[in-house]
Write a new protein. Sequence first.
Length: 165
Amino acid sequence: MSIVIEKVESATPALAEFLVAHHAELEHTAPAESRHALVFERLLRPGVRLFAGFVDGRPAATGALAAVAEGHEEIKSMRTDPALRGRGLGRSMLAFLLADAEARGISRVSLETGSAEFFVPARAMYAAAGFRECGPFGTYLPDPYSTFMTLELAAASRAPRPRAR
């Protein structure tokens, strides 16, 4: 299955619908104050780089990088269409995000994901890419519903990375 990853510069109805579904999917995983997915409008603000992966012209995956501090960014809004999970699209998006960050001189990438059973596949994917659990970063506070992970890019294993067009 081939994915085409592009930087998102503006909203489209299909992409907005894809991200609304992301929020709906997360509703059952934690109380509202412990869900940290950004709404679409915030993903288009300065300091955030949103990417979408398309399969046959339809949104199939998303991922974003948001500034935390100098040389440190956070992965946000990672999602793969539930009908397409398990086919490597999430790994492709993650590799793309890491390559994008590294190419811009970012040395550390962190993320917050859920601690619930629902997030086991995501945590396993991040661990396989070299992420390790860490404490809260940026403005996060300790939260039993959150798992925090980080990766120093200099120590990251290298894999082939798709290019945005």
